[in-house]
Design a protein around this ligand. Structure first.
Ligand code: APR
Length: 256
């Protein structure tokens, strides 16, 4: 039996016995739905741009029309894709255990895959706030019918400043409630699944440590090694759509 087969058996055994499951997911879980991960190249008009330079307050200050157009493009990408077997496995898992998802993703694929307890610690593409007074923007935002490199965001009805996505940019504070809920989930779970994240961005990358210190077993699911790989209890070199259905099946078989 290969080392990975042995590790998968360990992960199945942990999943079979877990009453409380917590998850930290990253862009990798949405990759198989067709959404580019953060650190791989983008497509189309945006191929020449690095997401890490666009998702910043500095980029917004410099050219908010370009940053706004980029988010409209990302919003339209999500509208065109569907949740994959990994998202659905986490949604189905709620029939057999308490499942708390903490995601760094700004898409809504976990919710569309059936998860009902999702904390977005980096915000979401579908909420908008004023870039100055930070009030929620209640209106629907129209998506352009074709890819554009610049677009003028709506004006805030309260102060007239441009509306921006309610997304956490590099250097900005995480939203308090999703973060606190993510910490509580890490502190109160039996197993902590780290799925599809490079585990390099803080403070999200501390959540698996909090889980481990609270007595949970940490299982990483990622085709590539990451800084998390050597620290977790089981590190599976598998894709999310391969591993999560197998772990769910191990849990479901136990209940029957
Ligand atoms: N299944 C599981 N993991 C996958 C898959 C897959 N099918 N495909 C890719 N991956 C892994 C990659 O190996 C990589 O480790 O997903 C990870 C994606 O890493 P990043 O692109 O760095 O995305 P993420 O970890 O979510 O980034 C965290 O950084 O840029 C900020 O705010 C942004 O939320 C983002 C955060």
């Amino acid at each position: 039996m290969s080392d990975q087969d042995n590790l998968l058996d360990q992960a199945k055994d942990l999943a079979a016995r877990a009453e409380r499951v917590a998850v930290l997911s990253g862009a990798g879980i949405s990759a198989e739905s067709g959404l580019p991960t953060f650190r791989t190249s983008q497509s189309g008009l945006w191929e020449q741009f690095d997401p890490e330079t666009l998702a910043t307050p500095q980029a917004w200050e410099k050219d908010h029309q370009m940053v706004w157009a980029w988010y409209l493009w990302r919003n339209s990408l999500v509208r065109d894709v569907a949740p994959n077997e990994a998202h659905k496995a986490l949604g189905d898992w709620e029939k057999y255990a308490h499942v708390a998802v903490t995601t760094q993703n700004v898409d809504d694929l976990h919710e569309r895959g059936g998860s009902t307890a999702v904390q977005h610690v980096h915000g979401t593409l579908f909420n908008f706030i004023c870039s100055r007074c930070r009030k929620q923007y209640p209106e629907q935002v129209e998506l352009p019918t074709e890819e554009v490199l610049r677009a003028e965001p709506p004006a805030c009805p309260h102060c007239g400043s441009p509306i921006r996505p309610d997304i956490v940019w590099f250097g900005e504070q995480l939203p308090k409630e999703p973060w606190n809920n993510g910490v509580i989930a890490a502190q109160t779970c039996d197993i902590y699944l780290v799925v599809g994240t490079s585990a390099v961005v803080q403070p999200a990358a501390t959540l698996p440590r909090i889980a481990q210190q609270s007595g949970a077993k940490v299982i990483e699911i990622n085709p590539k090694r990451t800084p998390e790989s050597s620290l977790c209890d089981v590190s599976l070199r598998m894709s999310a759509t391969e591993a999560l259905p197998i772990l769910l099946e191990a849990r479901a078989a136990t209940r029957l």
